[in-house]
Design a protein around this ligand. Structure first.
Ligand SMILES: [Zn+2]
Length: 300
């Protein structure tokens, strides 16, 4: 090892290649002499990088709230066969420790997407288009697929592949009693475009990465990131203007502000709905229902 280093040093001297320390000194000299306002620019970059990371941490606490309070599978209560669905958190507080910023963002995206898909589905089921389709399917099948009953028939999706353009193979017709026993279909709308907030999350992650990983091009006139290396090019595919430190910074802070306003409103909406369901349908606050559920789970 020591021999190798000696060889290396000899090579550097012979070939007149500067060693790392000399290179650093040289680059500092170069920077000081050639770049006007270097000190000022440098401090600005340091400050902006710090603010972006700090703003990310604040955002992360909002993500934590969202992940632990909403987005979970519906909790199905079945006291005396009365089925009841309750929204739980996607992850427990104790499960957050192992998750990084990007993993949390991807969980948040899942929650937002699920929420959006369910809204699109609900709107469609209440639309004139679906009412018409429902009538067509009922007159086609004429009876309940489970019990052959002919009263109070309606159609239900068994596949969402042709959502909006359903054919007879996508639905089943059931009577009122059989639909009550039916397990609801998991709503996944493949063809639905991403809700706008998802694109914003993507932008937040990318700009945060830029501030955390991309070097500054000190020779640029306006303060700019170096977007030319193979390792940093891809960050700027989304928006080449993020090359400008101030543009990227402003966009990040705007997006962060927007998220911090929207996420608590969304959480409150879910919590309110849950509390209303608990109080009106089961006559108890949600916290008591959760306790009951834990006890039920513990029973053999
Ligand atoms: Zn039936």
């Amino acid at each position: 090892m020591v021999e190798d280093l000696k060889e290396f040093e000899k090579l550097i001297n012979e070939k007149n290649i500067s060693d790392v320390d000399t290179m650093m000194e040289e680059s500092k000299r170069l920077v000081k002499d050639k770049i006007p306002d270097f000190e000022k620019k440098y401090n600005e970059v340091i400050q902006k990088r710090g603010i972006v990371i700090d703003a990310s941490i604040t955002l992360e606490t909002a993500f934590d709230e969202l992940i632990t309070k909403t987005g979970g599978e519906d909790l199905v209560m079945n006291p005396e066969k009365k089925e009841f669905h309750l929204i739980t958190g996607l992850r427990g507080k104790d499960e957050l420790g192992g998750l990084g910023f990007k993993q949390k963002v991807s969980l948040v995206k899942g929650i937002l997407r699920k929420n959006e898909e369910e809204a699109v589905y609900r709107d469609y089921i209440q639309s004139e288009k679906w009412k018409e389709k429902n009538n067509q399917f009922v007159s086609h099948f004429k009876k309940c697929a489970k019990c052959d009953g002919i009263e109070n028939l309606s159609s239900f999706h068994i596949s969402l592949e042709n959502f909006g353009e359903e054919e007879i193979s996508d639905v089943e017709v059931l009577c009122w009693l059989c639909q009550m026993r039916r397990k609801p279909i998991k709503i996944e709308l493949l063809k639905m475009p991403d809700p706008p907030l998802l694109a914003d999350l993507e932008k937040i992650v990318t700009i945060r990465d830029i501030f955390a990983h991309v070097a500054i091009n000190w020779l640029s006139n306006n303060l700019e990131f170096n977007d030319t290396t193979p390792y940093t090019k891809h960050f700027f595919k989304f928006n080449p203007n993020w090359k400008n430190v101030n543009v990227a910074f402003k966009e990040f802070m705007d997006l962060q502000k927007e998220m911090l306003e929207l996420i608590p409103v969304y959480i409150k909406g879910v919590l309110l709905k849950r509390e209303i369901f608990s109080q009106f349908l089961l006559g108890k606050p949600y916290s008591e229902i959760l306790d009951d559920f834990e006890k039920l789970k513990g029973m053999p």
